[in-house]
Design a protein around this ligand. Structure first.
Ligand code: ADP
Length: 283
C-alpha cells in the first residue's frame, strides 16, 4: 500500500524532484478523520514497538531529512505520540562540535544508532554531510563525492546487524516554505520558531534540491530505502509516514511473536525444573 501513498525510490533511480508533487494526497486518505486514522496507526505502532523491544532481534532507524520548515519536528511529535518513550531514542544532529569534526563524518552517527529493541529517530543525519556540507563547500568536492558510497556501506553494515532502516525526505514546495516562514513572522506565538539562518538558506533552494536529488538517487538501497513524502499537507505527511512505519514493522510481527513464545516456553520449562527440585517456595 505504501507505494501509492508516497514514493519509495527504487535503487539506481535518477530522481528529479520536480516530478513529485508535494501537494499530492492519495484519494483513500481524507482530511476529515485523519486524526482518528493517525490515532489507530499510533496504537498499532505502540504494540509493534513493544514486540520489537521485547524480542530484541532488531532495531529500527528512521531518518528524517527535509528543507527548513518541512516539518521534521512536527512529524516526530505527531507520529510517535503513542510509542513508549523508554523504547524510543531521538537524536538531532547539529553543526558538528570540535570533537565530532575531528573524527570521520560517520563517527557521531554510528555512536547514535539505536541498539537492538530500540526505535531510533534521526532528526537530520549523515546526509547533512552531502547536503549542507556540499552546498556550502565545507569540504572539497572529492571528499563529499565519495561519501555517498561510504554512507551506503555504513547503512549496509547496520542492516546486516539487524537494523531496519527507513529514510524519509519531507518534500515541500518553495511556496509552502514561504507561507510557513511568513506564518512565523505574522504569528507572535510562532515567532520563537524563527531562525534567521532559515531565511538566509532560502537563496540556496535550488542547490539544496540538487543535492537532495543526488542523495536520494545514490543512496536508496533495498536495505535502506529512501521515501519521498508529499509534505505540503502536514496531516497527510504524518499519516503516510505512520502508515509506512506500521506496514514495515508488521512484516516482522510473526517473527517477533514466535521468538517471544519460544522464550516463554523456555522460561516456563526452567521454572518447572526448579519446582521439581523444590527450590521455588510458595509457587
Ligand atoms: P533544526 O533546523 O534541525 O531545527 P538547528 O536550527 O539547530 O536545528 O539547525 C541545525 C543546523 O545544523 C542546520 O543548519 C544543519 O544544516 C546543521 N548541520 C547538521 N549537520 C551538519 C554537518 N554535518 N555539517 C554542517 N552543518 C550541519
Amino acid at each position: 500500500m505504501s507505494n501509492d501513498l508516497l514514493w519509495k525510490v527504487p535503487e539506481g533511480e535518477h530522481v528529479k524532484l520536480k516530478k513529485y508533487d508535494p501537494d499530492y494526497v492519495h484519494p483513500s486518505f481524507k482530511r476529515d478523520g485523519a486524526e482518528e486514522t493517525l490515532g489507530n496507526l499510533g496504537k498499532e505502532m505502540g504494540e509493534l514497538q513493544e514486540l520489537l523491544s521485547a524480542a530484541q532481534h532488531h532495531s529500527l532507524l528512521m531518518v528524517l531529512q527535509g528543507m527548513d520548515t518541512s516539518g521534521k519536528d512536527g512529524t516526530i511529535r505527531h507520529v510517535f505520540s503513542q510509542v513508549n518513550p523508554q523504547g524510543c531514542h531521538v537524536v538531532s544532529f547539529k553543526v558538528p562540535t570540535p570533537e565530532e569534526a575531528a573524527h570521520d563524518f560517520l563517527w557521531r552517527i554510528h555512536n547514535a544508532v539505536p541498539p537492538k529493541g530500540v526505535m531510533g529517530i534521526f532528526n537530520r543525519s549523515q546526509y547533512e554531510d552531502v547536503l549542507v556540507v556540499r552546498v556550502h563547500n565545507l569540504v572539497p568536492e572529492d571528499v563529499w563525492k565519495r561519501r555517498y558510497k561510504e554512507i551506503n556501506h555504513f547503512e549496509k553494515l547496520l542492516a546486516d546487524n539487524g537494523t531496519i532502516i527507513l529514510k524519509f525526505f519531507l518534500h515541500i514546495s518553495q511556496d509552502e516554505q514561504t507561507a510557513r516562514l511568513q506564518a512565523r513572522i505574522n504569528d507572535k506565538d510562532k515567532a520563537w520558531k524563527i531562525s534567521s539562518s532559515d531565511f538566509a538558506e532560502r537563496k540556496y533552494w535550488d542547490d539544496y534540491q540538487k543535492a537532495y536529488e543526488d542523495a536520494l538517487s545514490q543512496c536508496s538501497t533495498d536495505e535502506a530505502p529512501w521515501y519521498i513524502v508529499p509534505a505540503n499537507h502536514k496531516w497527510y505527511r504524518n499519516l503516510v509516514i505512520a502508515q509506512t512505519l506500521v506496514d514495515t514493522m508488521r512484516k516482522y510481527k510473526d517473527e517477533w511473536k514466535a521468538d517471544l513464545e519460544e522464550r516463554g516456553r523456555k522460561e516456563l520449562a526452567a521454572l518447572q525444573q526448579l519446582r521439581a527440585s523444590n527450590e521455588v517456595k510458595g509457587l
